[in-house]
Design a protein. Structure first.
Length: 61
């Protein structure tokens, strides 16, 4: 199994198959990149726990 935590993650919206769809509008990358610089990104506790569990299982970068 390859440990991806040390590898850079490249997200290219220009090559995303969901670009300009309803899925794109609801994408976390679109949400974060569309924010005004300096704005806080608020994540609900339940969402944070889910992301942490996925990360600990190696399912997210």
């Amino acid at each position: 199994m390859v440990d991806m935590r040390d590898e850079p993650l490249l997200i290219d919206c220009g090559t995303c198959t969901e670009r300009h769809t309803d899925t794109c509008e609801d994408c976390v990358v679109t949400f974060i990149c569309g924010r005004t610089p300096g704005d806080a990104v608020v994540v609900h506790l339940a969402d944070f726990r889910a992301m942490r569990m996925l990360g600990e299982a190696g399912l997210v970068p």
